[in-house]
Design a protein around this ligand. Structure first.
Ligand code: NDP
Length: 236
């Protein structure tokens, strides 16, 4: 991002809580303009408060990443609030916990795939005409989606969907390369959010700061790579 002039135009999905909300706070604090999306903007109290404190710099728009028709609606509304996007953070995600082999539900696998894999892929495709040349796309993945790091039958629908998202990242990197757009997969650490739950070690503030640093320093040569919040390359 160091190559894009300030203020940068950013779009963050799943921005009403957790890491997404922290990305919005930090992007605003460094002077960027932000479009923050949420499934239910009317209930996104922290975001709406931030919007009141940052008039004209933060717009809150509806988006359910698992519903492609809302991607198209967002793409139609975007020109009303911005003339382009320099950074797209595909942050929204879902984890269904407590899944056991023999009892994994098709509905949960479907929801995980639609939200975590199809969501970032189809949203990036829908917003591609609005991405600036040399923009960056950051997909929030997880070490749990790393096939070579599997060490047991854990969170299967989440792991399957994040592995599929990783392939989406690599394919998007290929598709957007000729426009100079960098697409990366990011692992945020085990973060203290609703999803991270008990035992999580990293604060949302530290994780988002680390990830924004990784995004800033990523170049087109890094497109299609899998990187953690401290800048370490991860195995697929
Ligand atoms: P949270 O559960 O705290 O927040 C998830 C966010 O995603 C919420 O804003 C939620 O909105 C939104 N969301 C879920 N489904 C949809 C949907 N269909 N459409 C739009 N928004 C949706 O998660 P985190 O902040 O911890 O996670 C952020 C990202 O980081 C995720 O992609 C996650 O997989 C990834 N990650 C997190 C880790 C952690 O330890 N926390 C570890 C590895 C990866 P709503 O309030 O409407 O539900």
């Amino acid at each position: 991002m160091s190559d894009a002039p300030l203020p940068r135009r950013c779009l963050v999905t799943g921005a009403n809580r957790g890491l997404g909300l922290e990305f919005v706070r930090q992007l605003l604090a460094r002077g960027d303009r932000v479009i923050a999306t949420s499934r239910h903007p009317g209930r996104a109290h922290a975001l709406n408060q931030l919007a009141g404190q940052n008039p004209g710099r933060l717009h809150v728009l509806p988006l359910d990443v698992a519903e492609p028709k809302t991607h198209a609606e967002l793409a139609r509304e975007l020109p009303l609030v911005t003339d382009g996007i320099d950074l797209l953070i595909n942050n929204a995600g879902v984890l269904h916990s407590g899944e056991r082999f023999g009892h994994v539900a098709a509905t949960q696998l479907d929801d995980s795939l639609r939200t975590n894999a199809a969501g970032p892929f189809l949203l990036t495709q829908a917003l591609a005409p609005h991405l600036a040349d040399a923009a960056k796309v950051a997909n929030l993945s997880s070490m749990l989606g790393s096939i070579s790091s599997v060490d047991g039958f854990h969170t299967p629908t989440y792991a399957i969907s994040k592995a599929a998202q990783n392939m989406a990242t690599v394919l998007l990197a290929q598709a957007l390369h000729e426009r100079g757009i960098t697409v990366i997969a990011l692992h945020p650490g085990w973060v203290q959010t609703d999803m991270g739950g008990k035992g999580a070690q990293v604060t949302p503030a530290d994780s988002a700061r680390g990830l924004l640093g990784v995004i800033d320093s990523a170049t087109l040569a890094d497109s299609g790579r899998f990187i953690d919040w401290q800048g370490n390359a991860l195995p697929w």
